[in-house]
Write a protein that binds this ligand. Structure first.
Ligand SMILES: Nc1ncnc2c1ncn2[C@@H]1O[C@H](COP(=O)(O)OP(=O)(O)O)[C@@H](O)[C@H]1O
Ligand SMILES: [Mg+2]
Length: 324
């Protein structure tokens, strides 16, 4: 049993909102109970402290950052609530992303053995397969802000001084915990570059590579590219994980459409025909086609989506995506 001193100390630390003290006292009580042969109670108390610590750790990882000054034009910050389960992912991709989340949440344990959790990810694959969305879901899962750096904009806006701007971003990266997304990495990571800005791009790529080597903090870095074939070879080995995203196969097409149309009633769908028409489209295209069909149903006050309507919407999306 806890002593009256311990009970008073528990109450006091609670009233003072001193979590660290509170947890220490509970752990003392747990140790005492264990010595007295009350192993089950001791384990329960320890589990309670572990769970509470994890929760308070997660809550405290959301710093309210608002980029100011120079940083304001380089980073856009949001606080996504999205989860990985909101995406449809191949199981291999899903497993690797979940692994990153688990390693992040338990990084102190991993670091206490001198090891490092995975925290630099390169996501590659065709447009509309969920790379940007994955970065946002990782931020949601880890309770961190998503800080997006648009390299394309960075380069065109600050021609000649991009490397120094990149340093400003990396300083923020060291200081403020977050998921930092370098979207459209091919803008700086390309082997070949168009026209007269080759020298500039080369310099930016070199400083990016150097920053990647130097940094050892707790933020997560996600770089994404639709054009892996254009990326410089040197880039790949600087990341802890390179994850390939693909267009959906037949079963994922069906899953994506069913999920997108979950509020509607599907009428006379011949899935083989639908899938055939949808083959080669991205999740992004599929979502838009489903939305088109759904809006047409709503406009005639119906909750039914007919196969013919769906096929028409898919055809339209296919011709739009092929013309791009
Ligand atoms: N794996 C996915 N699961 C569910 N929806 C997706 C997925 N990938 C893309 N989408 C849909 O397509 C849109 C664009 O996705 P995005 O993440 O920007 O693709 P990428 O960055 O790979 O080009 C999303 O807003 C979403 O509606
Ligand atoms: Mg994207």
């Amino acid at each position: 049993m806890a002593t009256s001193e311990q009970l008073k100390a528990l109450l006091k630390s609670h009233l003072d909102a001193d979590d660290a003290r509170f947890f220490t006292i509970v752990m003392q009580i747990a140790a005492q109970e264990a010595r007295q042969g009350h192993g089950k109670l001791a384990t329960e108390l320890k589990e309670f402290v572990d769970a509470a610590k994890l929760k308070s750790h997660r809550a405290s990882t959301i710093p309210l950052i608002q980029p100011r000054g120079e940083l304001a034009g380089l980073l856009s910050v949001s606080y996504p609530e999205r989860r990985l389960s909101d995406l449809i992912l191949e199981s291999s991709v899903s497993e690797r992303l979940h692994q990153v989340v688990v390693e992040h949440l338990q990084q102190h344990k991993i670091r206490s053995f001198g090891l490092s959790p995975k925290r630099k990810l390169l996501l590659i694959g065709p447009p509309g397969t969920g790379k940007t969305l994955s970065a946002s879901a990782l931020a949601g899962e880890m309770n961190m802000p998503l800080c997006t750096v648009l390299l394309d904009g960075l380069i065109s806006k600050y021609m000649g001084e991009t490397s120094s701007k990149l340093r400003v971003v990396f300083e923020a990266f060291q200081k403020t915990r977050g998921v930092y997304l370098f979207d459209e990495l091919d803008a700086i990571g390309g082997k070949r570059s168009n026209g007269n800005d080759v020298g500039e791009i080369r310099r930016v790529l070199n400083s990016f590579l150097q920053f990647l080597e130097e940094d050892h903090n707790e933020s997560i870095m996600v770089a994404a590219s639709n054009h892996a074939d254009l990326l410089d070879f040197a880039l790949f080995r600087r990341f802890d994980e390179v994850i390939q995203y693909n267009l959906p196969d037949a079963s994922l097409i069906k899953e994506a459409m069913l999920r997108r149309l979950s509020l509607f009633e599907i009428v006379d769908f011949e899935w083989n025909d639908i899938i055939e028409r949808a083959q080669g489209l991205s999740y992004g295209d599929l979502s838009k086609a489903c939305d088109d069909a759904a809006i047409n149903a709503i406009l005639i006050d119906s909750k039914k989506i007919k196969a013919a309507e769906m096929l028409k919407a898919l055809k339209k999306r296919r011709s739009l995506s092929e013309s791009q």
